[in-house]
Design a protein. Structure first.
Length: 488
């Protein structure tokens, strides 16, 4: 059984006619072969480069042409990755957990190999040892990224899909399906819904009802679903849910549980059985770690480096804005930071000088009723402003906000005071960490996102922060900015 805590995603509704595929069962094997090739190549590169680095140990030598040493190094590395869960299908194709497992396993293998070499007093060059991992670890990460990119492209095109049924109340089915529909790269293909007994043929969101929650197994077999996603309202008791899972397991049908009530991942949870009842113990929330020295140091060093790198571009942009209408170069807007402390958020000005005065009329014209106000064809935006916004160049002055400590490179979107005034208890959790120049909200759709979905992404980030996830978001941001997707 596969249990995923948090909302899960699937392919788009329009991909319902695409042929399903069971080839994903071969994905771990394909990755093993890919990693074997990458590690072997890294060993060869390390041996080649080591010949020009005699200062490490001129008397030591390494012979990868031997029939045993090279294959043993490769096999050992792959085995440690496998033991660390780097080939589990549940972590492949989405999120940062796959990269984290490969990195942790590689570090563990480094320590293990160092210990073996020390005990055996093997005549291995320290230069080779260092180069093997300096080349191998980044190469493994890059190859995994490449494999994931190809998989996502195939899934988004409707291939390698996994037929999925969503079980639960119609409201919960539509809620989960909405999340699923925005993530076609996960490859889940919704073929229908299983709801409590009733007469409805479709949910309000348009998902066809193909069976009753009283007999999920029959509905799954009839629709040829390979996976059942249990949402809220699918079972009245834990025992009832467990019995349904047992029946599905016996027929080889996968199970995913969307714990919308908690949204807690295994990073925070540990299970301890008490009298046959598995109790979930929660560790400290991730946002507590996101406010510590390590992240702050990364922010300051990264922001200063980017300010130096972009300084010529900053000057060109400033001149372009000034020459356009003679108005101020910068626009400073009051935003709310960590723990509700207000600060002045700096941007390059992209609107006419009286933009704030025109806002009320636009609210009336568009029927604005709260949340983040965005217009795809906002008449207040200047000609240079449209170009700046498309590629997010207007936000570069926020690097100084990062240096000052008002913001972070990665975090929730910095909210306006009137938005914070509308927050409920859940949304106020966004204020536990510094707002970011980029975040999950930006790499998942930017202005194309609904207010509710943007809040959900920010809350996920706050509750499940990790440094590796920050790096992953920064990498994804590069692609989003270059394509200019969802920005206006």
């Amino acid at each position: 059984m596969t249990v995923v805590i948090g909302h899960t995603a699937s392919a788009r509704t329009q991909a319902l006619s695409a042929p399903s595929s069971r080839s994903l069962r071969f994905l771990p094997g394909a990755l093993i072969l890919l990693d074997i090739a990458v590690v072997s190549l890294a060993g060869g590169v390390a041996a080649f480069l080591d010949e020009g680095m005699p200062y490490f140990d001129p008397t030591a030598d390494i012979d990868l042409s031997s029939a045993t040493l090279g294959p043993l190094l490769t096999l050992g590395w792959i085995v440690v990755i496998a033991l660390g869960g780097g080939y589990r299908r549940q972590v492949l194709g989405g999120g940062s957990d796959e990269y984290k497992r490969v990195l942790n396993a590689s570090l563990a293998f480094t320590g293990l190999l160092a210990l073996v070499l020390f005990i055996s007093q093997a005549d291995v060059s320290r230069g080779f040892f260092l180069l093997l991992f300096l080349v191998g670890v980044p190469s493994l990460g890059l190859s995994r990224w490449g494999a994931r990119y190809l998989l996502h492209r195939a899934r988004s095109a409707g291939y390698l899909g996994l037929p999925v049924l969503i079980a639960g109340s119609p409201e919960h089915v539509d809620d989960v399906h909405g999340v699923i529909d925005r993530a076609p790269w996960l490859g889940y293909r919704v073929v229908g819904a299983v709801t409590p007994p009733g007469d409805a043929s479709h949910t309000v969101g348009g998902v066809p009802v193909v069976g009753s929650t009283d007999d999920v197994t029959r509905a799954a077999l009839r629709s040829d679903a390979q996976l059942i996603l249990f949402a809220g309202g699918s079972s009245s008791t834990a025992q009832e849910l467990q019995e349904k899972v047992w029946q599905l397991e016996e027929r080889g049908i996968g199970v995913v549980v969307a714990q919308s009530a908690t949204g807690i991942t295994t990073d925070r949870a540990s299970f301890r059985p008490v009298g046959g009842l598995p109790l979930m113990h929660l560790g400290a929330p991730a946002w507590a770690q996101a406010t510590r020295l390590g992240k702050r140091t990364f922010d300051v060093v990264g922001a200063l480096a980017l300010l130096v790198f972009f300084s010529p571009l900053l000057l060109v942009i400033a001149l372009r804005i000034k020459l356009h209408d003679g108005g101020p170069v910068f626009f400073q807007q009051l935003r709310v930071g960590r723990q509700g402390v207000p600060f002045r958020c700096a941007k390059f000005r992209t609107m006419v000088t009286d933009a704030e005065d025109l806002l009320a009329a636009l609210h009336v014209a568009t029927g604005y009723d709260g949340g983040l106000f965005k217009m795809e064809d906002d008449p207040r935006i200047t000609k240079p402003g449209r170009w700046l916004r498309r590629y997010s160049l207007d936000e570069l002055p926020q690097l100084w906000n990062v240096v000052r400590g008002d913001m972070s490179l990665v975090g929730p979107r910095p909210p306006l005071p009137h938005e914070v005034a509308q927050y409920d208890v859940a949304a106020r959790r966004r204020l536990h960490v510094r707002p970011g120049m980029t975040g999950l909200w930006q790499v998942s759709g930017r202005a194309d996102l609904s207010w509710e979905h943007a809040i959900r992404l920010d809350l996920y980030y706050v509750d499940h922060w990790s440094m590796l996830q920050d790096l992953h978001i920064l990498w994804r941001t590069l692609g989003v900015v270059v394509l200019g997707k969802g920005a206006y």
